[in-house]
Design a protein around this ligand. Structure first.
Ligand SMILES: [Zn+2]
Length: 167
């Protein structure tokens, strides 16, 4: 961990492990095949990987849609590829505010929340481009699912704290 505002290599390894667990937990919860994320991969990105247009104030992370245009196909793929943009400075700032400096539960929470969004966009026909009210409802729904998925894995005290920050 560093105070420079970007993840270190060791942070990224912790986040990757958290992402793997989040993948398994979301598969179990939504009844998806265990190879779901292999078949329908997503990209995990940090601020270094994206242009400033994708930096959003004050949130831990957000989901982006990556358009892949296949030369051979004239029809754009409805499913598309999703990416999770992790915003290093806000995640690290939260760690420094707490006494434990534990990246693991926060990374697991963030990844579970964002993967739940992706599952809902892909499998439950939730509109990625939904309006303000739809987005608010979706955030509430995803927060509820995330809490259920992580029940017994991440403490409620941590979850309440993270959820207050907004994601
Ligand atoms: Zn969200």
């Amino acid at each position: 961990m560093s105070v420079s505002g970007l993840f270190t290599q060791s942070d990224l390894e912790t986040i990757s492990r958290a992402a793997k667990l989040a993948e398994n937990l979301t598969c179990d919860f939504f009844g998806l095949p265990s190879n779901e994320w292999k078949l329908n991969p997503y990209r995990m990105l940090t601020l270094k990987n994206v242009s400033r247009d994708f930096h959003i104030d004050q949130v831990f992370a957000h989901v982006v849609r990556i358009q892949t245009v296949k030369k051979s196909s004239k029809v754009s793929e409805a499913s598309g590829l999703y990416g999770v943009v992790l915003q290093d400075p806000y995640i690290l700032r939260e760690l420094f505010r707490t006494e434990s400096l534990e990246l693991w539960p926060l990374a697991l929470y963030v990844m579970t929340h964002e993967l739940t969004h992706i599952v809902r966009f892909k499998k439950f026909e939730v509109d990625f481009f939904g309006s303000g009210v739809d987005r608010k409802n979706e955030e509430e729904a995803v927060d509820g699912f995330t809490r259920e998925i992580l029940h017994g894995t991440v403490s409620l005290k941590h979850i309440n704290r993270y959820a207050k920050f907004g994601i």
